[in-house]
Design a protein around this ligand. Sequence first.
Ligand code: NAD
Length: 421
Amino acid sequence: MTLAVSLDTTTPLDDARLQLRDAVESLGLGESVYEQLAHARREMSVGVPLRRDDGSIELLLGYRVQHNSSRGPTKGGLRYSEHVDLDEVRALAMWMTWKCALLDLPYGGAKGGVTLDPTRYSVAELERVTRRYTSEILPILGPERDIPAPDIGTDEQTMAWMMDTYSVASGYTVRGSVTGKPVSLGGSLGRATATSRGVVHVALAALASRGIDATRATAVVQGFGKVGRHAALFLHQAGTRVLGVSDRYGAIHSATGLDIDAVGRWVDLHGSIVGYPGADAIDPATLLELEADLLVPAAVEGVITADNAPRIRARVIVEGANGPTTGAADEILEAADVLVVPDILANAGGVVVSYFEWVQSNQSYRWNLDLVESRLEERMRDAWDTVSAFAAVHHTTLRRAATRLAVQRVTEAHQSRGLYP
Ligand code: NAD
């Protein structure tokens, strides 16, 4: 127990590097491959001065990390959160490299962040932050260089401001400079719900692999934002009873299952699930430990730890969030035979449809929703089949299987290109 607790003090970057270490060693790739992949190719830290609405000036800190570009331009979200720091962005950028390689997208991984709590700023202030941050990192952005997308605390409006700032600096409109933008600006149909769709495709496959019928299953979803809300809704539509959901303000539970459409309407009116009348309020800390077949953490990283992992009763965990399970928790869940579908597979639907959006933007041609969703499903199911087959053959977890497959693909591209000069 002492060992587990001390291991749990690892940061997301420690966990990401431990996963890489395991993959490099099991693939027999050698220390220089580890060293090159453990560190980002390019990192930019910027000061972002913001004029507040009251006229005062505040300096915010921003980052953009481009982890690896062996397979193509880099791609990854932009996060606005008071918890953002450079190491968190480094870990998230590395996971993006593996995610893109695993889904066979022609990208490397990147991530960006600004350390701010977006709920404390007006819309006008957020626009000024976004435009100044974008102009600070402009030299390393571009549709052939690095393409941002939304993440925690950012949305399609943020992407519209980024695209406009990039386009004004370029002197013409560059639709391929961001993804996750509004449909009116060339955003893809189906992008807003793509991550959640992908989570549910994979969740249904994972439940089936454990002999669990989705229409008889129960689920719990942590986080009710861009990913969690629609993951809960699509599970509900698939016939799965969603017993509990949470957001940063609280958690609710219903033993008979929540009406997710009704919870969504409540959130639209009140800004939070708290106070929803058709359910009981519960302690958010206990939400993850509810009795259910499926648990979907879709909020932030590091929520399943060595402390609570022994109390988790779900048989399948599908990581909607990036990095929700610490390395120490992973070991406990593996020993308890809980099937953990890792983030780099489970939540890849967002970057898959971001890729479709980038293709459409670069070609100035729109695909219809059916085409987007059928191609997304095909990619997610193929990735699930590949990872689960690899895990079965090598008697290992889905996380190790997914990371090894991804590291192998990135290393192959890297070695084929050779070292310049
Ligand atoms: P979001 O900001 O839209 O939503 C986050 C949700 O989590 C909100 O409901 C918030 O209230 C809740 N939350 C925050 N802290 C919480 C806590 N401690 N306990 C419970 N709930 C909490 O963000 P999002 O885009 O939905 O991202 C969620 C996760 O999914 C992140 O890890 C993100 O990196 C990952 N992800 C997002 C996308 C995407 O397309 N948006 C794609 C892949 C992965």
